[in-house]
Each structure stands twice: as structure tokens, then as C-alpha cells.
Design a protein around this ligand. Structure first.
Ligand code: GUN
Length: 283
């Protein structure tokens, strides 16, 4: 079997075009979705992600503001800034780019963001609402993954989804969203014994471990749907995923590439969440 490639970049483009139209309509009613991104320090990968967020905001018509702070910013200074943004009516979404410098407690910062402006969907209230099937902001990468599968009319019900990686940003929440779609979910991680046996059973395989070519075609079941969340920079400077695309493509039914796969969808769902927040704030 040769897989159909799900290009997140193409889906992202069409969704952003729809959003652009929607935002034009909102702006006519004086509703201007506003996103503030806070970047601390000078990590090149974070800087590049933030750039992508600014570009998408400009495209869809979201007013975006980037606040850049030095690495030695204190936790208290950051908390004061978040408090200010929580009270600012023109700000509908607050995103503090992770990871933060080691002297700042990430969880304290996440919990300081008002759940009404938590467009990352990382606040425990957002996570709790997601787990109990309530309306909330879903974390952007997991939400984008679900949208990619839905765009191909892939039925998730009853499928065995195996997730490799248990991060708070991707692995754990994507499992919850798949469960909400009536999939059966297995989480694998660095301490899982005989991981290959689980991988071989996966109807849907989601790989988010951050190791180049951790999975190859020999591991996966014929006809599996393979979602590659990895973004790894290899020696020649190019980006590659956690899955060996060429060999996996020969066995999968659907597969996402890196780049042009999950990445563009993450940013697109951030736009979705920001627009949703602006609409909610304006009744
Ligand atoms: N760092 C890597 N991915 C993300 C994300 O989705 N949100 C934030 N805030 N930081 C990140």
C-alpha cells in the first residue's frame, strides 16, 4: 500500500482563508481578535515558531503583539505582565512561548493566564474542561491533528490509536481528543516495555518523541494512519520527522510529512482559538 499524504500546509491554507473572511466580518462589527505572544530569551527555535505565529496573524487579520523580554526576566515580572494582559480588553489570547528559562516555573505561569484567554489550552481548567467534554480551547497541536484526519473523512470511532510520547502539549491531550472521538487509546513512552508490540497494533499511530526516524515502515501495521509530530534538525540543516517517511509511506494508508504536516496546523488552530475567544468576549 502507498499512503495518501496529508499536507497540513494545504489544509492550513484553506482554513486560514476561511478565517480571514470571518475576521473581515468581525472587524466590520468592530470586533478585532487580539493575540499577545510573550517570548523570553533568544532560543532560535522559539523565535522561528513565534515568527510563524505573527505571519499567520497578519494573514487572517488577527492583531498580534509580540513582547520580547530578556532571559533574566524574573518570574514576578512575567506574572505582572500576565496580570496586565489578563485585564486588557483588546487582548483575547495570551501565549507565553515555551520552554521558559529554568528560573521560571512554567506551571505557575500557565496557571496565571486567565482561562478565558488561554488560547494554548494549557491551563488546568482548560484541560479539565477538555477531559470532561466541555467547550474550551483545545491545545493547538492535538486539535490540528484531529482536523487533519477529519479533513480526509477518516473515521476515528473504534480505531486503536497508539500515541508515542506523553508530553502535556501533545501526547496527553491528543489522547483525550481521540477518546472523545471514540477511539481506543494506548499511550507509550520511554518506560514502555515492548513498544513495538503496541506500535504493530496501531490503526492510528501518533509519534511525538523528538527523535529523528524513531519509527520506520517495518514497525507499522499495513494501512495504518501515521501522524508525525516530530521536528528534528539533522546534520545537513534540514528538518525531519520522528518517522522515516519513505519506508512508512509504503505501508500506511495516510501519512503526514515533515515539514508541511502538523506544524502549519498548530498555528492555524491558534488562530482559531484566538478568533473564538474574541467572539466569546463580544457575546
Ligand atoms: N512551545 C512549543 N510548542 C508550543 C506551543 O504550542 N505553545 C507554547 N506556548 N509554547 C510552545
Amino acid at each position: 500500500m502507498t499512503a495518501e499524504v496529508i499536507f497540513g500546509s494545504e489544509l492550513a491554507k484553506s482554513l486560514r482563508d476561511e478565517m480571514k473572511e470571518e475576521v473581515t466580518g468581525l472587524r466590520e462589527k468592530n470586533i478585532v481578535p487580539g493575540l499577545t505572544v510573550v517570548l523570553i530569551g533568544d532560543d532560535p527555535a522559539s523565535r522561528s515558531y513565534v515568527k510563524g505565529k505573527q505571519k499567520a496573524s497578519d494573514y487572517v487579520g488577527v492583531d498580534s503583539d509580540l513582547i520580547e523580554l530578556p532571559t533574566d526576566t524574573t518570574q514576578e515580572q512575567l506574572l505582572n505582565l500576565i496580570d496586565e494582559l489578563n485585564h486588557k480588553d483588546t487582548v483575547h489570547g495570551i501565549l507565553v512561548q515555551l520552554p521558559l528559562p529554568a528560573h521560571i516555573d512554567e506551571q505557575v505561569i500557565i496557571e496565571a493566564i486567565s482561562p478565558e484567554k488561554d488560547v494554548d489550552g494549557f491551563h488546568p481548567i482548560s484541560i479539565g474542561r477538555m477531559m470532561t467534554g466541555k467547550d474550551t480551547f483545545f491545545p493547538c497541536t492535538p486539535y490540528g491533528i484531529i482536523q487533519m484526519m477529519k479533513s480526509k473523512d477518516i473515521s476515528l470511532e473504534g480505531k486503536h490509536a497508539v500515541i508515542i510520547g506523553r508530553s502535556n502539549i501533545v501526547g496527553k491531550p491528543v489522547g483525550q481528543l481521540l477518546l472523545s472521538e471514540n477511539a481506543t487509546v494506548t499511550y507509550c513512552h520511554s518506560r514502555t516495555k515492548d513498544m513495538e508490540a503496541y506500535i504493530a497494533q496501531a490503526d492510528i499511530l501518533i509519534v511525538a518523541v523528538g527523535k529523528a526516524h524513531f519509527i520506520n515502515g517495518d514497525h507499522i501495521k499495513d494501512g495504518a494512519i501515521v501522524i508525525d509530530v516530530g521536528v528534528n534538525r539533522v546534520e545537513d540543516g534540514s528538518l525531519t520527522g520522528d518517522v522515516d517517511f519513505d519506508s512508512a509511506k509504503e505501508k500506511a494508508s495516510y501519512i503526514t510529512p515533515v515539514p508541511k504536516g502538523v506544524g502549519p496546523m498548530t498555528i492555524t488552530m491558534l488562530m482559531h482559538n484566538t478568533i473564538k475567544s474574541a467572539k466569546k468576549a463580544n457575546g
